[in-house]
Design a protein around this ligand. Sequence first.
Ligand code: ADP
Ligand code: TZD
Ligand code: MG
Length: 565
Amino acid sequence: MENKTSSTSITNGFHLVVDAMKLNGLDTIYGVAGIPVTDLTRLAQAEGIRYIGFHHEQSAGNAAAISGYLTQKPGTCLTVSAPGFLNGMVALANSTTNGFPMIQISGSSDRAIVDLQQGDQMNAAKPYAKAAYRVDRVEDISIGLARAIRAAVSGRPGGVYLDFPGDVLAATLDTETAARSLVRVVDAIPRQLPAPESVKRAIEVLAKAERPLIILGKGAAYAQADADIRAFIEKTGIPFQPMSMAKGLLPDDHPQSTAAARSYALAQADVVVLIGARLNWLLGHGKSPQWSPAAQFVQLDIEATEIDSNRAIAAPVVGDIASSVSALLAMLKPGQIRVPSAWLDQLAQHKQRNQERMASRLAANPDPMDFYSALGAINGVLADKPEIYVVNEGANTLDIGRNVIDMRMPRKRLDSGTWGVMGIGMGYAIGAAVVSGKPVVAIEGDSAFGFSGMEIGTICRYHLPIVTVVFNNGGIYRGDDVNHSGGTDPAPTVLMKDACYEKLIEAFGGDGYYAADPQDLAKALTDALASGKPALINCPIDPTAGTESGHISNLNPQSNITEKK
Ligand code: ADP
Ligand code: TZD
Ligand code: MG
């Protein structure tokens, strides 16, 4: 909107946001348009920023978060004031919880106006964000964005909230002042070298271990230090256990993987090296019975306050993972760490026993299909396509999916993560497809899918190569629960076993498939991937096959319920 007729050119806040984003390499916006950011979406697109418009801000935020995880550049989510802002907040909070760098840029109402939508969005965002900023003057737009970028990606990454009131976006200023206000962030992710004595201490603890184990978390995957992590594991010979999203950092069929002997490895290990993984509920808070009370822990993390959070850490190595792992490699003397063969033999035995058990489950092939036979079919199709992203959410669909679907490349498995949250499916799939241009297979419980299912429309509108597989067991966990009141409403966990999910995507021009047995599923998935078109495969699963709460039934408190006749 430059005013070419006057002697000094005039620009405005909208242009400054776009210029500041481009200057810092933020090339994509995931959002929902509306007051006061509609013209920002148009202008961004006109100026070469890719704009992906969603049905719901939560999915836009999830797409931004996962693109941040995959690229180490903050993903940008754009929301309108008030309700749009709030809809985006779950994704912002989820991104902070998981350590994914994203920026939620939100319009807000003019500070001077007292109206229905006025609210203090910045302070509402604070408890859920790594940082929250509001820009009150148009000339501060670029410095505000610079701070947001640095906050999102430095140290432990997280979600950052950046508030632009409508009057700031619309405010004008002359182009010279605008140009002078532009800030390019220098060294947004500075290396953080670990102290040499902490590296030495870690090696000394490890050198005395009889049953060492390395846990790889999604922080290790995020760090993109793949070659050094692999070198450290292979040089020391220490067995490793991948957390869900770290699967594929080393291939699942790597001889040192203990994925198939998880509970045994955790319980028996005497020295545990955590690389970018927290001792939260996913690791039994580091406590017995999941872990030996005598085990010693080495922890590599960028966040000093993570150390000792649930259990004493004998050797903290605080630094970025790339620097810390390379320091460990540099200080390690040949033969200094030897893994006793008794430990490796015990692990191998447990692995073999569990792999045999899994093979028989996969071979059972019941009619109707259960989770294992359906997942086995998908695993077979993906076996020679390691570059494909796998998004996974649900309860049984997630927990069994994690065990059955093998990953062979880093950062390809994207799932419910630290919160076990439902609703990330379509957003993560869209974010991964947009930043990579690669195909995505989203394996979704029928309940999980419903949280973001409307984004099938977004997938079709942008022609993204995403195949969604809905595991329809007719409900949350199972599809066979009954209404204990004697009434006709469905039970609380029951959804629609006969729902035609494949028709949803046909409404938007995508390809719908129905696959009731493993052969049909393998064929449908193969065909859908070959076509490169948006597709949805509706996959009926035995309603009685699932377990309540999947693999975490122990966390589900229960009550007696009196039957009404
Ligand atoms: P998982 O769920 O896979 O166990 P978590 O999300 O619990 O993983 O833990 C990831 C950890 O990795 C966090 O504590 C975070 O601070 C840390 N982290 C993230 N990025 C880096 C990095 N580049 N260097 C060091 N630590 C990192
Ligand atoms: N809401 C949100 C945002 N996250 C959640 N995790 C839940 C609710 C509770 N919940 C789970 O923990 S799993 C799940 C819900 C609703 C759905 C499980 O059903 P599904 O998977 O159909 O997705 P399975 O395969 O039937 O177990
Ligand atoms: Mg289900």
